[in-house]
Design a protein around this ligand. Structure first.
Ligand code: FMN
Length: 170
């Protein structure tokens, strides 16, 4: 699929069918995250894959935003492994995870799957139910499945270039 088309077509899916997602497809999506760029190439991301009913029930204990997705990835980073430059950002792990997450969302789109990036979850609950060690910082869930809902109006709502581009500095 054309990359720009995939970027346009991807939307936050908020209703998924009960069709199961193949583990091999989830692995292919994670491969897109694995090859993402990261500060100093430290690759601090860790991907917690959640597929079976018990695991998805645990996702529901942390977030109201699974929307029936039959697969989820909780993207985390190892704060002992991420690059730091306090003059620029407190921790590059956040940025690294964002890049991996977006690559995964686009690859899912490319494969005919739908996704929703979900930041509305209880991090303490996630840490507990998935037994996440202290060195990992939880970032976002990527819910994955076969969508049966249309994009929300927000999908079309983007600022114009005039509102966001500053040419030549202020
Ligand atoms: C970091 C981040 C966190 C988000 N968290 C949620 C969430 O918790 N629940 C949800 O339904 N959508 C969530 N979204 C989706 C946004 O609401 C959505 O991307 C935005 O409204 C634009 O719509 P679109 O993705 O359909 O183009 C999140 C998106 C990002 C990038």
């Amino acid at each position: 699929m054309d990359l720009m088309q995939a970027m346009k077509d991807r939307y936050s899916c908020r209703k998924f069918t009960s069709k199961e997602v193949d583990e091999a497809d989830v692995d292919a999506i994670i491969e897109a995250g694995r090859i993402a760029p990261s500060a100093c190439n430290n690759q601090p991301w860790r991907f917690i894959v959640l597929l079976d009913d018990d695991e998805l029930a645990k996702v529901d204990q942390c977030s109201k935003c699974r929307y029936g997705a039959q697969a989820a990835i909780l993207v985390c980073f190892d704060k002992d492994a991420s690059a730091k430059n306090p003059d620029v950002t407190p921790d590059y792990g956040w940025i690294d995870c964002g890049l991996a997450l977006m690559q995964m969302a686009l690859e899912a789109e490319n494969m005919g799957l739908n996704t929703c990036i979900v930041g509305a979850y209880d991090p303490a609950a996630a840490r507990k139910v998935f037994n996440i060690p202290d060195n990992l910082v939880t970032y976002q869930f990527l819910m994955i499945g076969y969508g049966e809902a249309e994009p929300s109006p927000m999908h079309e709502k983007r600022h114009s270039l005039d509102e966001i581009v500053i040419r030549g500095g202020f």
